[in-house]
Design a protein around this ligand. Structure first.
Ligand code: CA
Length: 449
């Protein structure tokens, strides 16, 4: 069983009284948001007071990373706490409601499965993108309630009530049953998140609030556009409005927790799933290099914050590298769930690091890989060896966050060490189990080896 309670929070943190329920866990994920595009990341033109509140009242991770530079693999890592290359989930799945080889492999145990086993109500609101077959449905992967769409992107104003194969128009579903879309989609997610919290006010709950905003199509309603008359660039203005709708939803979540007196009983994470796809959706990743799809910092370094009033320090900046894979073990530790060693997690429980009890970095090294090794990167301390072209490049990320000065020839011994570390890690990974969305069709079954 995986539900043995082991509260080991130290003296600087408040121990949960025995009669208190385990904390709620909320993971708020945005989609294709730029690194620079929240107030707490320094944005001057996009106001996000509610998202900023999470960083202000909790911990701001200034070296916060995701495990992949695009949508679905990041979500696979987030849901499992494991490098998704370990189990072949390295590409975005082609939408196919019949192909069970495409999506989160059934070998994997998910965060909602683990929390559900420990008595949590588990809810998904928003985007799934981890497989489209009935067996891949989030209701089969640990969620007790879902209000979502199954694909990787969605129109914000229109939806079909029967799946016709057009991914962007897939039904909006409540617990697997299509419902009509009659409002701006982000407003719907916001209302459903608020309702889930209120419905489970007396339960420990896990809410995965996976916004598809501000992923394309770039669409916003007048209510939010009217807030950004000061932004002249039309696409940037639309994008800002999309994020402002998300910020309103985060505000609704925070207000519901406050009203229900659940603030100190709720651990919240906020992050984005990959860097902004500059310049396509109006996002900005300054001062980072490149964006979505790249293993330069612009693809993998994201706005990242967590708060748990009374348990995590408030107003803290945490500058050691952390990764989205850490959310699962941290959430389990907060919930008092001891993960089985059989899970072979790559993520780290951050609680003792955030409390200041452990000074060592959570990770000795972090790794990334796309396309089965077409591009890759390894980060150790301040240095990052990244291979996106013909040859690796070495950057001092602490001194050169924009990756402008290649130090490959300056530190040959370090390059050799990092290359060896990557090769060792890479030897533990497998090749992608399914091809990239948009790639050439797979060979017919008879031609497969
Ligand atoms: Ca994304």
């Amino acid at each position: 069983m995986l539900n043995r309670r082991e509260f080991v929070l130290g003296s600087t943190l408040t121990l949960l009284p025995a009669h208190r329920r385990p904390p709620n866990i909320i993971v708020i994920l945005t989609d294709d948001q730029g690194y620079a595009d929240t107030g707490f990341q320094g944005s001057k033109d996009i106001r996000s007071p509610n998202i900023d509140h999470i960083a202000k009242e909790g911990v701001h991770f200034t070296n916060g990373f995701v495990s992949h530079p695009f949508c679905s693999p990041t979500r696979a890592g987030l849901m499992t706490g494991r490098y998704q290359q370990r189990f072949g989930h390295e590409n975005n799945p082609i939408y196919d409601p019949k192909d069970e080889t495409v999506g989160l492999p059934f070998s994997e145990i998910t965060l909602p499965q683990l929390l559900k086993s420990a008595g949590y109500a588990t809810g998904l609101v928003g985007k799934w993108h981890l497989g489209a077959t009935p067996r891949h449905h989030p209701l089969q992967r640990g969620f007790s309630e879902t209000f979502c769409f199954i694909g990787g992107r969605h129109d914000y104003f229109k939806s079909e009530t029967e799946a016709t194969g057009r991914e962007q128009m897939l039904p909006i579903e409540r617990n697997g049953h299509a419902v009509p879309l009659t409002e701006y989609l982000t407003d719907v997610w916001n209302r459903e998140a608020d309702a889930f919290i209120r419905r489970h006010r007396n339960d420990p709950f896990f809410l995965y609030l996976a916004y598809n905003a501000p992923h394309n199509p770039v669409q916003a309603s007048d209510k939010y556009l009217d807030r950004f008359g000061n932004i002249e660039d039309k696409k940037r203005r639309m994008y800002a409005a999309m994020l402002s709708a998300v910020d309103d939803g985060v505000g609704m979540v925070l207000a519901a927790l406050k009203e229900l007196k659940l603030e100190q009983d709720t651990l919240i994470f906020f992050l984005n799933d990959n860097g902004g796809p500059v310049p396509f959706n109006g996002s900005r990743n300054d001062p980072l290099r490149a964006g979505k799809g790249s293993l330069y910092e612009g693809g993998i370094r994201v706005p990242f914050a967590a708060c748990w009033p009374g348990h995590l320090p408030a107003g803290k900046t945490f500058s050691q590298p952390v990764i989205s894979l850490d959310i699962l073990p941290t959430a389990l530790a907060a919930a008092g769930v001891q993960p089985s060693p059989r899970l072979k997690l790559d993520g780290v429980n951050l609680l003792s690091h955030l409390a200041g009890q452990v000074k060592a970095p959570p990770h000795e090294r972090l790794f990334w890989r796309t396309g089965g090794g077409v591009t890759w990167a390894v980060r150790e301390g301040r240095y990052k060896l990244v291979k996106v072209g013909d040859a690796p490049e070495l950057y001092d990320i602490d001194a050169d966050i924009g990756e402008t000065k290649d130090l490959l020839t300056v530190h040959p011994d370090l390059v050799k060490k990092l290359l060896t570390a990557y090769q060792q890690w890479n030897s533990e990974m497998i090749q992608p189990l399914f091809p990239m969305e948009g790639a050439a069709p797979k060979a017919a079954p008879a031609e497969r080896k």
